[in-house]
Ligand binder design. Structure first.
Ligand code: DTR
Ligand code: CA
Ligand code: ZN
Ligand code: ZN
Length: 447
């Protein structure tokens, strides 16, 4: 399984569901075939809550006030930017996030990125949503990019309100100095080690998502991330187009260049809406998506509420859907084995052979392979269970009065996805009928 695929447990969960979870038996010989379990339904993911437009707009009003109180903008190196960062950081600290201010210098001035981690989730599966918080010097930058900044802030606050406990680790970022050339996000990506970059399952970018004459554009850089947004919009009866302004136009480019899957949404800037686009989206053909792009009129009146509301809800949907993962790493063939012989008392108490699993993350897979080698005459006497570290027993083989063949040499498939992978697993064997004897020769777990 490619490392890229490994970053997306949600693909594997679907594949597992299609393959059918539950206990399947493939035996070396002779066949003890068990009926294959019906395909298990995909695990239901939690539905995201509605993101209240009023809350998002309240953040925009705050950002507008901060610009007005600080020279009319929130640009890199200006007081309005630092005031914007402090506003957002205070909201996140109060909501239980672990926040970090990451300073950097550009054009001789200090800027900051704000990184907010939601505690929990698999540290090896990081899903990040980001938006640049800086404006140009000519205006308050409410659509560009208060809109993206406010929408991901309110999504982060919704995660806290809901007490979401996603499988993946959620991280949010607000970037400085995007308008100077994607500077802040480049500083952040450059600060990540190769190992840290490999832990990202995706980066979602939101730069201008409330344009007054909006289009509905979806980044087409990564097909899975694109699909999450396109399917959501389709479910609302809204058609979308791919964002065609090309790479390098916003902060996702730095993540993409680092090999991280990226996605995002955009409602348009200075380009002109076509007649065809106006027919499907409404608005005014022949007019720019945002006539106040990089201008002093990019104020709170430069927002289309419907577009901002829809995109805020689409962001929450993506975070809930993509973050839910299963936290179960994909099968990689790692094997843990015990070859010590353990005698099985004739018509006696059950015996156990332990295997200690270490170094795994998250849960055991839905198709955990259990290789068993038990030397025993008239194997029908035997009952064989796999016991998880928490004591949960999974029946591998039941007693059979008619199975007179010798030895149990078999591979069983167990849906152990609800079990923590690390810990001491046991093979439990009991001989329930007198006069045939044997022993556990070896057994193993293959992840
Ligand atoms: N560079 C962004 C605006 C922008 C222009 N084209 C795109 C495409 C995708 C995202 C953003 C943009 C800015 O001025 O901040
Ligand atoms: Ca909403
Ligand atoms: Zn801009
Ligand atoms: Zn922007």
């Amino acid at each position: 399984m490619s490392s890229r695929t490994a970053r997306r447990p949600w693909i594997r969960r679907l594949a597992t569901a299609l393959a059918g979870g539950g206990l399947l038996v493939s035996l070396a010989a002779p066949a003890l075939a068990a009926p294959s379990a019906p395909p298990a339904p995909p695990a239901p993911t939690l539905a995201a809550p509605d993101i209240p437009l009023a809350n998002v707009k309240a953040h925009l009003s705050q950002l507008q006030s901060l610009a007005t109180a600080n020279g009319g903008n929130r640009a890199h190196g200006r007081a309005g930017y630092r005031a914007s960062i402090d506003y957002i950081k205070a909201k996140l600290d109060a909501a239980g996030y672990t926040t970090t201010l990451q300073p950097f210098t550009s054009n001789g001035a200090t800027g900051w990125n704000l990184i907010a981690d939601w505690p929990g989730g698999d540290p090896n599966q990081v899903l990040m949503a980001g938006a640049h918080l800086d404006s140009v010097t000519s205006g308050p930058g409410i659509n560009d990019n208060g809109s993206g900044s406010a929408a991901i802030l309110e999504t982060a606050l919704a995660v806290s309100r809901e007490g979401l406990n996603p499988e993946q680790h959620l991280r949010f970022g607000w970037w400085g100095a995007e308008e100077l050339g994607l500077v802040g996000s480049r500083n952040y990506v450059n600060s990540l080690s190769t190992t840290e970059r490999a832990k990202f399952s995706g980066y979602l970018n939101f730069d201008m998502i409330g344009s007054p004459n909006p289009g509905y554009f979806v980044y087409d850089d990564d097909t899975q991330l694109e699909k999450v947004f396109k399917d959501w919009y389709a479910s609302k009866g809204i058609s979308t187009e791919i964002e065609t302004e090309g790479d390098g136009r916003s902060d996702h480019s730095n993540f993409k260049n680092a090999g991280i899957p990226v996605g995002g949404l955009f409602t348009g800037a200075s380009r002109t809406k076509t007649t065809a686009q106006a027919q499907k989206w409404g608005g005014t053909a022949g007019q720019a998506f945002d006539r106040c792009y990089h201008s002093s009129c990019d104020t709170t009146s430069n927002i289309n509420d419907t577009a901002l509301d829809r995109n805020s809800d689409a962001i929450a949907h993506a975070v809930w859907t993509l973050g839910a993962g299963t936290g179960t790493p994909p099968p990689d063939g790692t094997t843990f084995e015990n070859t010590a012989d353990v005698a099985v008392p004739d018509r006696g108490a059950a015996v156990e052979s332990p295997v200690t699993v270490t170094g795994r993350t998250g849960n055991a897979p839905a198709n955990l392979q259990v290789g068993v080698d038990i030397k025993h005459t008239w194997r029908g006497d035997l009952v064989v269970d796999l016991v998880a570290p928490d004591g949960t027993a999974y029946r591998l083989k039941s007693y059979s009065s008619s199975d007179s063949a010798d030895n149990v040499i078999a591979t069983y498939t167990v849906d152990a996805s609800s079990e923590t992978a690390n810990g001491t697993w046991k093979l439990r064997v009991q001989d329930q009928v007198a006069n045939d004897t044997g022993y556990i020769d070896s057994w193993k777990l293959v992840f």
